[in-house]
Write a protein that binds this ligand. Sequence first.
Ligand SMILES: [Mn+2]
Length: 327
Amino acid sequence: MAKPVPVPAEIIDFIKTGSKFLVAGHKEPDGDCVGSQLALASALRRLGKETIPCSAGPFKRTEIMPYAALFIAAPGEKEREGARVIVTDCSGLHRTGDLEPCLKGLPLALIDHHATGDHLSEEGTLIFLDPHAPSVTFMILALIEALGLTPTHEEADFLFFGLCTDTGFFRHVDSRGAETFAYAGRLIQAGANPKKTFQAINGGKSLNSRRLMSLVLSRAEEHFEGRLILSSEEYEETQRFGLEGRDSDMIYQLLQSVAGVEAVVVIRQEDPGKCAIGFRSRDRVDVSAVAASFGGGGHKNAAGLAVPGTIAEWKPKILAAFERVFC
Ligand SMILES: [Mn+2]
């Protein structure tokens, strides 16, 4: 792995000289976002700072639902007064959903590992960006240590949870992962429990989520001699099974285990006029470039896109985009 980006001195200063913080993250949070926010909030409180975790939600993934109550959705004037904002796991306020208007105008620091290149922000925004970091919780551990603290047991749990979420429980860590495992070792030393974290992330699913998976799998098609697998989830299914029926990660994992596959796409009809398109790839194929060509974003091997339209309209557009990747 490329050497971790050192925690910028301005970020340390921003924290040390502030007394009140709103700790925000992207909308539709995942384990890395939630884990980063809650571990950072806890460390800031230990430094005597008033700290308010904020999230626009929704908390759709089963493993993060237990934490929804720890966040406020719309900070008002009372919360804003004298506060500084730290946004984790995204490139700016524009990804925080309904929080954006509540946070605008306050001193801002971003902590992110997305290589989206849209970290353009208002003057004065501080940025701690490490596109090679396996998770933002990895960066938060470095920050907590740079503040002179050792993570508490609970902070270690949150940080490890984020690291496991973004690395697919270390499945996406490659030969550059020595640093990742060194950090994981420090978190386990501080009390994190891999077995418990695995169960928290992979257990707790509904039987309906398995039924929905069978429908999406049964619709999977091979393209480009099996190098791309594309499937879809109909609006009627989204409604019938509900958001808690979603287990996208497992669907991608199963489809990516097919011999010869290099990229996987799932198009979901979120409502009659809107699609959410998810992309995953192994190694070589850069799906964030494909997603970005339609206005989406993400990482090289995992990206997403929310667009108006229907599955029938988007399928040929997505195939045409992969034509350029594979031919
Ligand atoms: Mn992340």
